[in-house]
Ligand binder design. Structure first.
Ligand SMILES: C[S@@+](CC[C@H](N)C(=O)[O-])C[C@H]1O[C@@H](n2cnc3c(N)ncnc32)[C@H](O)[C@@H]1O
Length: 264
């Protein structure tokens, strides 16, 4: 697949450097992403399937099951150390690209694509409550067949390349700069072909998050700001807010799931 960087998707640069609208807030290129510890992140966030993640997963599963997709070229952006956003794409994927910038996360993803850990089985069981998913009898093998891990920045995504996509907790959580948050959403939507279904998840009210000894910044968002950011690039948009389950994950107010179709 030719990887031609996106252009004109809410920001004008086509490189891993940030959009250049420096607000004084920490930008993506200033952060040491190679210090991200995927093992710690998975243990802390996903070793137990939380009620809020279960709800996001169920809704994402239902959305893609109704999207009439087959043999699709799918993408998950900023996959990090989380496999559950790719599971709802599995039955419909001819190929599934997991794009990530941090080197340790890329390595972690490659081991998981080769054969994912049992930790993800409860997540798959949620998917398999629907017949389209239950028909995939060996999801590990399917992911190994269709999955491909790319070290690729959200700011360098090629235009109009994929038929379906997910991006969970990325636009809000890769810097403290609002221009970059907007840019990441624009790049993601523009990387999809027109009318492609997508699901995006956001943390609301987060100022950042710890991964082991490291602290990573976030853009502190309200629901109305997310809705406004997506309006130009998408249609048939559905928004669902999931209140934070105690104990709170790093002090955020809740999560927002946005599904819809890319305008292209
Ligand atoms: C909060 S984590 C979310 C990870 C995962 N999607 C999840 O649902 O838990 C943010 C992820 O974005 C990745 N990231 C940071 N900068 C990026 C960039 N420019 N392009 C793509 N991914 C990036 C980080 O390495 C990290 O894996």
């Amino acid at each position: 697949m030719a990887l031609t960087p996106a252009a004109g998707a809410g920001c004008n640069t086509s490189s891993t450097t940030p959009p250049g609208l420096h607000s004084g807030a920490t930008v993506n290129s200033e952060i040491e992403w190679d210090t991200f510890d995927p093992q710690w992140y998975v243990r802390h966030n996903y070793s137990v399937l939380r009620a809020d993640d279960r709800e996001l997963l169920r809704r994402t599963r239902d959305f893609f099951a109704d999207a009439t997709l087959t043999g699709a070229h799918c993408v998950d952006v900023g996959s990090g150390a989380n496999l559950y956003p790719v599971l709802p794409l599995l039955p419909f994927a001819h190929s599934l690209d997991l794009c990530e910038w941090s080197a340790p996360n890329v390595s972690w993803l490659r081991t998981q694509v080769d054969g994912f850990d049992e930790l993800w089985d409860p997540y798959w069981r949620v998917c398999a409550e629907l017949p389209a998913y239950a028909a995939v009898t060996d999801p590990r093998r399917r992911l190994a067949q269709v999955g491909r891990v790319l070290r690729l920045s959200v700011f360098d995504l090629p235009r109009h390349t994929w038929d379906a996509g997910t991006m969970f907790f990325v636009a809000c959580s890769i810097s403290a700069d609002r221009a970059e948050y907007e840019c990441a959403i624009g790049r993601f939507l523009d990387a999809l072909r027109p009318r492609s279904p997508f699901a995006m998840a956001f943390m609301l009210g987060s100022q950042g998050y710890g991964v082991g000894q490291r602290w990573f910044p976030a853009v502190e968002l309200r629901r109305s700001e997310v809705v406004a950011s997506i309006a130009a690039g998408a249609y048939d948009v559905d928004i669902h807010e999931v209140p934070a389950e105690p104990p709170l994950r790093d002090g955020h107010l809740g999560m927002l799931l946005v599904t819809g179709r890319a305008r292209g």
